[in-house]
Design a protein around this ligand. Structure first.
Ligand code: ATP
Ligand code: MG
Ligand code: MG
Length: 388
């Protein structure tokens, strides 16, 4: 395609984006700290001018350096230096996608929720709180218990979240979420978590992927099932419409992951939006006509979008989370997974393993839900850290 894409962030999402780019012969230049991040490991620069950059994706100097080398800039993480992206917006030939203004709003979860609510998205109650016990007690008085206290910035995998079950835990919460600006959400007693990937290209064409069910354990995505099975057959389509409408309120091209909560009465609340490829969309690599990664590249390079349809009747994605610092547990499990028909193993090449760290994932496809479950069962029985 003779184009160079600069990616801020070199983790597993960048790695899968780069895998997809290689099929289209799109050059990729990565900015992240370290020479051997998951994404950098798989991309040999096409020339010395296109060498990767060692530095933080929050560092303005490094971001400027990256911008000089590429036709278009994108992100695989939202916690990037956004002010410099705003300055660079008009100087990168094919632009920055999603637009810096979108990243700015989304990277502060409180501003994101305000933006979504103002634009008519279904958002459950939330309020701003100060970093002190009185303010948090005020939030408890207003929203009740349990209260979900969240960090506004730099949150991922639930690491900015603290569930306050009674007022005696306020101090503990303040310690746990140190140095972070905070806000509070009313507890949402959902029956299911849903996600929809939405993609929009530079021409404004929009498409969404099938709604999926996401299962979280300890705030971290554990499993994804596609398509979403719901007692009410109208739910998947409604979820897609909510997700598409929400993405339309933001500027810029690219793929977005929309996380939602389904209530017992059928109400859908929007939880949060990620302005990038998303864990709930990994399954699209093996199970959809066009993966979330390829569609992201098509979107930002002004190519026509590819079909988002499933090409298998039933699919699941199982995250391989570290159970301890012992990487051998992960490797052994990955080896075991290669014995399962219909399973595709992805290991991210992370040098160090930690409890709860995303080390890889497995996509499982089946010709029916029953076949899928039969293939998934032995995997769940053998995951690092014990079965679930
Ligand atoms: P991600 O890795 O998805 O970016 P995050 O750190 O931004 O995660 P959230 O998505 O805000 O965290 O929350 C993580 C999980 O915590 C959700 O998927 C859901 O299971 C639970 N959760 C979040 N908010 C609420 C809420 N208000 N009520 C009940 N559960 C919640
Ligand atoms: Mg998040
Ligand atoms: Mg989330």
């Amino acid at each position: 395609m003779d184009k160079t894409v600069g990616i801020l962030g070199g983790g597993q999402l960048g790695r899968m984006l780069a895998e997809s780019a290689s099929l289209l012969n799109i050059n990729v230049v990565i900015l992240d700290s370290g020479d051997y991040t998951p994404a950098k490991q798989i991309v040999v620069p096409s020339s010395t001018e296109k060498a990767h950059i060692d530095g933080s994706f929050a560092d303005p100097v490094k971001i400027r350096e990256l911008a000089k080398k590429v036709d278009v800039l994108t992100v695989e993480i939202e916690h990037v230096g956004v002010q410099v992206l705003e300055e660079l917006e008009s100087s990168v030939p094919l632009g920055i996608h999603p637009s810096p203004s979108t990243i700015r709003t989304i990277q502060d979860k409180f501003l994101q929720k305000q933006h979504l609510q103002t634009n008519g998205a279904p958002i459950s109650e939330f309020i701003s709180v100060e970093r002190n016990a009185e303010s948090i007690q005020g939030a408890i008085n207003k929203l009740g218990l349990p209260l979900m206290l969240k960090s506004r910035t730099l949150a991922y995998d639930g690491r900015g979240n603290f569930v306050i079950r009674d007022s005696s835990q306020i101090e503990k919460a303040l310690v746990a979420l140190q140095d972070r600006p905070l806000y509070a959400e009313k507890w949402v007693p959902f029956v299911q978590e849903i996600a929809v990937m939405v993609v929009r290209n530079t021409a404004g064409e929009i498409a969404s992927y099938p709604a999926v069910e996401t299962v979280h354990k300890d705030n971290v995505c554990h499993l994804v099932f596609a398509p979403l099975r719901s007692r009410d057959p109208a739910v998947p389509q409604r979820a897609r419409l909510v997700a598409e409408a929400a993405v339309k309120t933001f500027q810029g091209a690219g793929i977005f992951g929309v996380e939602m909560f389904l209530m017992a009465d059928g109400t859908i609340y929007l939880n949060e939006i990620a302005p990038r490829p998303h864990n709930s969309g990994h399954y699209t690599i093996e199970a959809c006509e066009t993966s979330q990664y390829e569609n992201h590249l098509r979107a930002i390079l002004s190519l026509p979008l590819g079909s988002t349809a499933l090409k298998v009747p039933s699919t699941a994605m199982l995250n391989i989370l570290g159970a301890s610092s012992e990487i051998q547990e992960v490797t052994n499990f990955a080896k075991f997974a290669t014995t399962i028909t219909g399973a595709t193993v992805h290991l991210y090449g992370k040098a160090e393993c930690r409890k709860g760290r995303k080390m890889g994932h497995i996509t499982i496809v089946g010709n029916s839900d029953a076949e899928l479950r039969a293939r998934l069962r032995p995997l769940l029985a053998n995951i690092p850290g014990g079965s679930s």
